[in-house]
Design a protein around this ligand. Structure first.
Ligand SMILES: [Zn+2]
Length: 66
């Protein structure tokens, strides 16, 4: 855990350089909330969500086969 974590925000409140990974399951008609943490340089997501978003699909497949 980091000392300071920003509260999730709506997409309109996410600024350039902030993580836009959705952190909730928005029910119909509700707004998604986005991470809003500091994004990695050149990426739309923070370090944690980069790992989630860019995890190789083949890696998951290999694990589930075993
Ligand atoms: Zn994030």
């Amino acid at each position: 855990m980091t000392a300071f974590v920003k509260a999730p925000r709506a997409l309109v409140d996410i600024e350039r350089g902030e993580c836009r990974f959705p952190v909730n399951d928005a029910p119909n008609g509700r707004h998604f909330l986005f991470c809003g943490d500091v994004a990695r340089k050149g990426k739309p997501y923070c370090t944690k969500h980069c790992r989630l978003a860019y995890r190789p699909a083949s890696d998951q497949a290999r694990r589930s086969v075993a």
